[in-house]
Design a binder for this molecule. Sequence first.
Ligand code: TRP
Length: 438
Amino acid sequence: MSSTSRDGFTNKFGVIAAAAGSAVGLGNIWRFPYVAGENGGGAFLLVYLLFILIIGLPVMLSELLIGRKAQKNVFGAFRTLAPDKPIFISVGIMGVGAAFMILAFYAVVAGWTLEYAYLAVGNQLKGMDAAELSTFFNDFSSSTTGPLIWMAVFMVLTAGIVIGGVKNGIEKYTKVLMPLLLVIIIILCINALSLDGAEAGVAFLFKPDFSKVTGGVILEALGQAFFSLSIGMGVIATYGSYIQKKENLMFTALSVSFADTLIAVLAGVAIFPAVFAFGIDPSSGPGLVFETLPNVFNQMRGGYVFSIAFFLLLVIAALTSSVSLLEVVVAYFTEELKMKRKSATWLAGGSIAVLAVFCVISDGVFEFFDWTSSNILLPLGGILIAIFVGWVLGKQKMREELEAHGGKVILVGFLNIILKVFAPLAIGFVFLRGLGLL
Ligand code: TRP
């Protein structure tokens, strides 16, 4: 098996930019703040951090390890590593299926962010009050033509990056876009914190009120952790297959989880202090960034510039994530079906865009894809991945791959126990609760 002809990331920064690009997305900047807002702010944040650390991080490490060991797309990886255990090939099949479903609805929301970036540049939301902004968003998101066009534009942008390959497409763009994203979010945070009355928003985000931690909050936090880290369906495994043996996977997993969590928290810091400073209710659901924030920008000094920066931030976050989802399918098409990268990209992108059309015209399809992928495919994938690395590969092979760069890695035994027992049980519990079976 030669890996020399395989495309891959050039260095540590490239690996982290691409993987953090996948993890940091609409999940961090659009979803995290409103889910935290609906579930008690600081209390939610605490449970979320705990899940990232004890479940998210080990599962992310497992995916990286599977991909790099097999040097294959997610489907080929399980077939290569466990040819006699077909149950695990289902992870590959679910992974490719999940990529289709997630990207189909993701591209629709990403399309909204393009529309709002466009509106921000033209200053077209200026002068609207809260009620008008809310009506505007509802009318727009339930219409057809606008969302369809923006979804298509977004898919073309995504395909345009993926078509270049791993080194000359994904890595090249994420290396520029991710630092830009960090700069924008820091500027937005500084501005939000400088507003009069910002403290109430900071307290809301960081002061835990344990009476708010119910079973439902715990379930939300785990689902959010999976979605936000891009784990459970082979995105990280696919990226892992492009990582050189000299890289330290533990370092990669730690940096990516840290970056993802940092950006989610910073998104909260950029949003809540501003929302509180203008006396607006923080728990406004999915409309938080499309209805509440434009209202905040309309009242804020320099709001024009900040609104452009914010929606540009959302577009960048969405783009570097959608690229990773498309790459899962493209890697499968090129390696398993022997297609050329160019045709694979257009075929995958084109068929996902067709599914996305159904998400635009039907809320039911949108919700079905969103719900099924996050509540069924990701947790099931997560359980199987943990069991696979914990039991099938086992501690010895884990250590071999984790130490392939030539260094020593601590806590491998502990990680192995987490993967064998704790993670499958914890995820399984959430899964059954999510289905209402427990
Ligand atoms: N993690 C991304 C976000 O937070 C979305 C995403 C990209 C994703 N790839 C994924 C979610 C794979 C689940 C699985 O927005």
